[in-house]
Design a protein around this ligand. Sequence first.
Ligand SMILES: CC(C)(COP(=O)(O)OP(=O)(O)OC[C@H]1O[C@@H](n2cnc3c(N)ncnc32)[C@H](O)[C@@H]1OP(=O)(O)O)[C@@H](O)C(=O)NCCC(=O)NCCS
Length: 135
Amino acid sequence: MDITDITFRLYTDSDYEPVKLNLIESGQFDSIWDSKENIKDMCTLLAVYDDDIIGSISLSKYGEKTGQLLRLNVKKKNQNNGVGTKLINEGVRIAKDEMGWLEAGLLSMPYKTKFYEKRGWNNQHEFVWMNKKLN
Ligand SMILES: CC(C)(COP(=O)(O)OP(=O)(O)OC[C@H]1O[C@@H](n2cnc3c(N)ncnc32)[C@H](O)[C@@H]1OP(=O)(O)O)[C@@H](O)C(=O)NCCC(=O)NCCS
């Protein structure tokens, strides 16, 4: 696979099933958080190779000037070719240039912090993700 053969485009509703399968493969899918309705409300960028969606990243607004990048994923067979780096860089560009954010955050798995640090992200808070089912 050549990184120059990858195209990037925005998600539309009809992309839900392949995106969902990729999130499942990457161990990040949650049926509530990643429902079709929720994904529709975010800006999701797709990486496409040979008509196949091989990765994605979502941007979720927090007010007008901040937000989170989440669910970065690249299919296992396409990893280590620079696709993840391109997705996060392009996600940051959209957040800054198109959405006008002044700062972005993301939640990293502990073993993935090196990946993000190398790409200019810093850990300033010792957050631990807590969640609670509400029904
Ligand atoms: C993280 C991920 C998106 C990277 O995608 P990618 O296309 O392989 O990324 P790139 O080719 O641009 O870069 C590969 C980098 O990831 C590192 N990497 C690959 N697998 C890794 C793993 N299991 N743990 C930690 N780092 C890993 C490589 O060493 C390389 O690091 P370097 O370039 O900084 O030296 C991809 O590994 C993935 O989808 N993983 C599963 C889901 C996930 O963990 N998402 C992030 C949630 S915090």
